[in-house]
Design a protein around this ligand. Structure first.
Ligand code: NAD
Ligand code: DAU
Length: 350
């Protein structure tokens, strides 16, 4: 039985991953999350009484608390999802992105190193306990933007454009350095845009579904022709599970499903599925530094580790729209109070 520390497990992908792990493995899952605006324990209601699951409200920058957790739960695996994750918020308030995404990552690595090294006081020793691993959940945004052609490979130079992606790229560099200098057993995964249940409605797909359902305007940035490579969150969780169990130590794996769509196509598909009118679309001011196109080359993970996505986009998006329609209460709870303040600030001048 493994003792897996999942950080940020109350967020979108983290909560899907907690569900995935409890369903597919008999491991202890210790979920730590500081419950920012994006953390929501409602995402985990159905597992809160599972004896293999523990939730602790902890910030990944809190070294003392992380140390206590490693001691008490004998952690042998870390999957780090915890992050400030929204590009638009990183444009208004970059600092928290640096402290959480970079310093938080370094804190986790440092505590893990102390507990996992066979001789923690010997700075030259690179011997680690059997079976331990640190997995950093990163993003394709660290590679920057593509033109009309080409794809991101694991060897593509990092060229982040937003404070968010710069903080994620910095964290990747710290993970790499802990592997190179201290021999830490690590993997980094870099995934494309996720969609699916429990995504916070500041992100394109849940925001558009929610607005469209209630007949509100659909704010499309710039010309709406920016391209994202969409992957269902359960395929992402499966890929992380695969890297955790089969990934070669020190390696980076790109994750994506060859599913490029322009934003405007997605918006029009949501309008059509909900039986609304395209007059709801409102083209607004573009996001500063907006990356034009992302596309992942997934050859390494598919050929070397045997992972492949299960969802087609058509099936995944239909199920996702249905999920948001059936979980109105979940959405209504989030989209009151602070969310409305954020929404007004973000979109009123656009
Ligand atoms: P999210 O914003 O939905 O969730 C982030 C979670 O981290 C929240 O529960 C939040 O409370 C928690 N958190 C934030 N700061 C924390 C801190 N200091 N200490 C502890 N917990 C903290 O994000 P998401 O979309 O689920 O993304 C999860 C991870 O996956 C991120 O690292 C992100 O960079 C990466 N990623 C996301 C996508 C995507 O499309 N959403 C794609 C590729 C990679
Ligand atoms: O590529 C992976 C990344 O995908 C993750 O690392 C990030 O955490 C995640 O937030 C996501 O980043 P994006 O910026 O691509 O996602 P977002 O949902 O914010 O926007 C998707 C596209 O839609 C982007 O081109 C901007 C556009 N957009 C977004 C919003 C919120 C709009 O046109 N209107 C909007 O209101």
């Amino acid at each position: 039985m493994k003792n897996v520390l999942v950080t940020g497990g109350a967020g979108f992908i983290g909560s899907n991953f907690v569900h995935h792990m409890l369903k597919n493995h008999d491991y202890n899952i210790i979920n730590i999350d500081s419950l920012t605006y994006a953390g929501n324990l409602d995402n985990l209601k159905d597992v809160e009484n599972d004896s293999r699951y523990t939730f602790l409200k902890v910030d990944i920058r809190d070294r003392e608390a992380i140390t206590e957790i490693f001691e008490k739960y004998d952690i042998d695996t870390v999957v780090n999802f915890a992050a400030e994750s929204h590009v638009d918020r990183s444009i208004t308030d970059p600092e928290i992105f640096l402290t959480t995404n970079v310093i938080g990552t370094q804190t986790l690595l440092d505590v893990a190193k102390k507990f996992w090294k066979v001789n923690p006081d010997d700075k030259y020793s690179t011997e680690y306990k059997e079976g331990v691993k640190y997995l950093q959940v990163s993003t394709d945004e660290v590679y920057g933007a593509l033109g009309k052609t080409g794809m991101f490979m694991e060897t593509t130079p990092l060229s982040p454009n937003s404070p968010y992606s710069a903080s994620k790229a910095s964290a990747d560099m710290v993970v790499r350095a802990y592997h190179e200098t201290f021999g830490m057993p690590v993997n980094i995964t870099r995934c494309s845009n996720n969609y699916g249940p429990y995504q916070f409605p500041e992100k394109l797909i849940p925001l558009m579904i929610n607005n469209c359902k209630s007949g509100k305007q659909l704010p499309v940035y710039g010309d709406g022709m920016q391209i994202r490579d969409w992957l269902h969150v359960s395929d992402h969780c499966n890929a992380i599970d695969t890297v955790l169990h089969k990934g070669v130590i020190g390696e980076i794996y790109n994750i994506g499903g060859n599913n490029e769509k322009a934003n405007i196509e997605i918006v029009k598909l949501i309008i059509k599925t909900l039986g609304k009118d395209e007059s709801l679309i409102k083209y607004v001011k573009d996001r500063p530094g907006h990356d034009r196109r992302y596309a992942i080359d997934n050859t390494k993970i598919t050929t070397q580790l045997g992972w492949a996505p299960k969802y087609t986009f058509e099936q995944g998006i239909a199920e996702t729209i249905q999920w948001y329609l059936e979980n109105e209460e979940w959405m209504d709870k989030i989209t009151s109070g602070d969310y409305m303040k954020y929404y007004d600030n973000m979109y009123k001048k656009a």
